[in-house]
Design a protein around this ligand. Structure first.
Ligand code: CA
Ligand code: CA
Length: 241
């Protein structure tokens, strides 16, 4: 799995809870948070899996604290016992807490995951949400999850250039490179918000980059001796977290 195309496991920064906690000597091993501890260890007695009690419609939820566009969910099943218990579990993603988030749109269904294995659910729809729930519908069900990884990126576009660093091939007067990323579109050279030279047109043009991924944005006039003056360069995007 390429981090650059899927984002980071944002569940690691979230908070987990579940419908209840198993009521037996193993309860100390079964906290909801065990499913987002970054550990896929599937042996229940190693203490890195969550577990509810046997009940009707048990559920588990991670609150990502912010809304994300979620590209995939990776679920690790218990390895030492009872792998069939997870069969039929539903993955719900959304930003509502109605019925503890279990009414959010259905993003996938676990048909069966072999003992101790993980399964990746790649989400092709526009799955945006703050909450990821795993709901096990039915009576007398017990929900155990050894790890739930949620890959995605932040929803909001922002002008990423404002947090960047600018440089240029040379300097003319007070046309510092940083003037083109100061958040000010003012095109009047004398007001000190343009880079490099006084040759200013005043127009604004938007270029659609169609989802390109990158760290550097370069503006170049190729092949001839020329001045390059930029009053503002805004880069709309979101960080691949
Ligand atoms: Ca775990
Ligand atoms: Ca500017």
């Amino acid at each position: 799995m390429s981090i650059s195309s899927t984002g980071r496991n944002v569940a690691l920064y979230g908070r987990a809870t579940q419908s209840n906690l198993i009521d037996n000597p193993w309860s100390g091993y079964s906290d909801a948070h065990n499913a987002i501890d970054g550990n896929r260890d599937s042996h229940f007695h190693h203490g890195s899996c969550s577990s509810t009690n046997t009940q009707t419609n048990p559920w588990w939820r991670v609150d990502l604290l912010k809304e994300y566009i979620i590209t995939s969910v990776v679920i690790t099943n218990r390895g030492d016992c009872c792998s069939e218990r997870l069969d039929g579990a539903e993955i719900h993603i959304g930003s509502s807490l109605l019925e503890n988030g279990n009414r959010n749109p259905l993003a996938g269904v676990i048909s069966s995951i072999p003992a101790g294995r993980f399964q990746t659910f790649t989400l092709t729809e526009n799955n945006v949400g703050r909450y990821v729930n795993v709901l096990l519908p039915g009576e007398k069900r017990l929900l155990t999850l050894c790890e739930v990884e949620v890959y995605g990126y932040r929803k909001e576009y922002e002008n990423a250039a404002l947090r960047g660093v600018a440089t240029q091939s040379s300097l003319n007067g007070h046309g510092f490179a940083i003037n083109a990323i100061d958040g000010n579109r003012d095109g009047r050279w004398e007001r000190g918000s343009c880079s490099h030279t006084a040759r200013v047109s005043g127009g604004t043009q938007t270029f659609d980059c169609n989802g390109m991924i990158g760290r550097h944005v370069t503006v170049v006039i190729p092949g001839r001796a020329e001045y390059l003056s930029l009053c503002e360069v805004e880069v709309s995007g979101f960080p691949l977290e």
